[in-house]
Write a new protein. Structure first.
Length: 341
């Protein structure tokens, strides 16, 4: 795939903990109970220094914190980790993706002096953001963004479009300009497609901790705000087997093999990307998922990919990266080992 010395970018999930309960996130059941498969953990500054020695950080162009399951803002040592990376490499680009609903203004000001950007996930205005970003607080988000921007930070507003907020895009973009955000990013979610069964859904339930239905999330009414890739796939799907055929036949072109990038999870597990790292399916044990099965066949199971136990070089230049994953690209079907992800 690529060698250790070639790596230029790192996607770091420093924690699997989060203050929010977004209903389409894999860390919980539709906004309710937390996924029982998910290890709740985080990497400390000490872990980071072991996994990412100074000479490795020096070779990188980019490190950004963004979670499959957690929000990096929640991690105890997140700020100190960024400062460590900066001390190793003054030219490296550092970024964080967060819901922004937490920490003190002083924390955000200090962050602004260290990172190159902060992408705030704000999906609506005061009366709608909490519908998807459950558990977040609008006032805290505004305090965080204001403190970060006033301290000179480069802030981006990322807006995921749903039916309940699609009429607020222009107003939110105008607010972002008034607050001093440098970019306003409209995101069209793919999560109304259920890949494992090849079903396109129009809405998704949102439940409380006891599993009681509270309301439905709906895809945007305006087609221009629907994910174009999902729309394209949907055109060729009349039943689940059509999606399986699509997965069997479509060309695989690995993005991270071109970008020379790795993903490190909150457990310290190293994967080529965040998609392959999404091993904690809330509906089945990880050992029974396609990637989980491959991991259990490694000499030490998950520990064969654990950067707290092995060096990044040993992992990246080992069989999982160099043989096992690339071999799946050339399989002719899911049944014969092609990975759905």
């Amino acid at each position: 795939m690529y060698s250790y010395k070639d790596i230029k970018r790192v996607h770091l999930e420093i924690t699997s903990l989060c203050n929010a309960a977004c209903p389409l996130c894999s860390r919980n059941f539709f906004g309710g109970q937390v996924n029982p498969q998910l290890p709740l953990t985080e990497l400390s500054l000490r872990d980071i220094k072991k996994i990412f020695p100074p000479d490795f950080v020096e070779q990188l162009q980019l490190i950004y914190m963004c979670g499959n399951y957690g929000d990096p803002m929640v991690a105890k040592d997140a700020l100190e980790v960024f400062e460590y990376f900066r001390s190793c490499n003054q030219k490296i680009r550092l970024g964080i993706h967060t819901n922004g609903s937490g920490r003190t203004p002083e924390w955000w000001k200090r962050l602004a002096k260290t990172v190159d950007y902060c992408c705030f996930g704000i999906d609506g205005l005061e009366n709608t953001n909490h519908i998807y970003r459950r558990g977040t607080n609008w006032e805290k988000i505004m305090q965080a963004a204001t403190a970060f921007i006033e301290a000179g930070g480069y802030a981006m507003w990322q807006f995921i479009v749903f039916r309940h907020n699609e009429n607020q895009i222009e107003e939110a973009e105008e607010l972002s300009r008034k607050l001093g955000f440098k970019e306003f990013l409209v995101r069209k979610t793919y999560r109304f497609l259920t890949p494992s069964v090849g079903i396109k859904i129009k809405d998704s339930p949102v439940v409380d901790r006891k599993g009681n239905l509270e309301y439905l999330l709906e895809e945007p009414a305006n087609a221009q705000f629907r994910n174009s890739a999902v729309v394209q796939i949907e055109k060729g799907m009349s039943e689940p087997k059509d999606f399986v055929n699509y997965l069997n036949e479509t060309e695989i072109s690995c993005k991270v093999s071109r970008e020379k990038k790795i993903y490190v999870s909150a457990e310290g597990l190293v994967f080529p990307c965040c998609w392959v790292a999404g091993i904690y399916n809330k509906f089945q044990p990880f050992e029974t998922t396609p990637v989980g099965k491959l991991m259990t066949e490694l000499p030490e199971g998950k520990n064969s990919l654990n950067a707290k136990l092995l060096s990044l070089k040993e992992i990246v230049e080992g069989d999982f990266f160099q043989k096992i994953i690339p071999a799946t690209w050339h399989s002719d079907s899911l049944e014969n080992g092609r990975l759905e992800v």
